[in-house]
Design a protein around this ligand. Sequence first.
Ligand code: FES
Length: 114
Amino acid sequence: MPGDEILSPEEVAEREKLPLTFVDLDRTVEACVGESVLQAALRHGIHIEHACGGFCACSTCHVIVEEGMAALSDKQDDEEDRLDTAVGLTLRSRLSCQCELRGGPVKLRIGPHR
Ligand code: FES
C-alpha cells in the first residue's frame, strides 16, 4: 500500500497488531503488520509531516527509532539517499513512509523536519 493511504477498518481487523509508541507524544497506538509507520500514525490522528505524500521524495517524515529497529523493514537505497537530506540525521533515523512494521514493539520519536 503506497504513500499516505491508510488501511480500511476491514484491513485493520484482519491483520496482526503490534504496539507502536511515539515517545515524544507519550502515546502508544495499535499498529498493523505490513503498515508503514506513517500510515499507522495518520490512522490514529498523529501528525507526521509528509510533504511528498509518502513516496520517498522528501525527508519530512523523518523519525528516530529508539527501540525495535529490527522489527522494521530493511532500508532501501532510495531511503538512504533521501535520509542524507534529513534535518537532525542519526544512525537510528528512518523515513516513516518507507519503514513497514514487521513485528513489535517499536518505540520512536518524530524527527525535526525543518
Ligand atoms: S513523506 Fe516524503 S519521504 Fe516520506
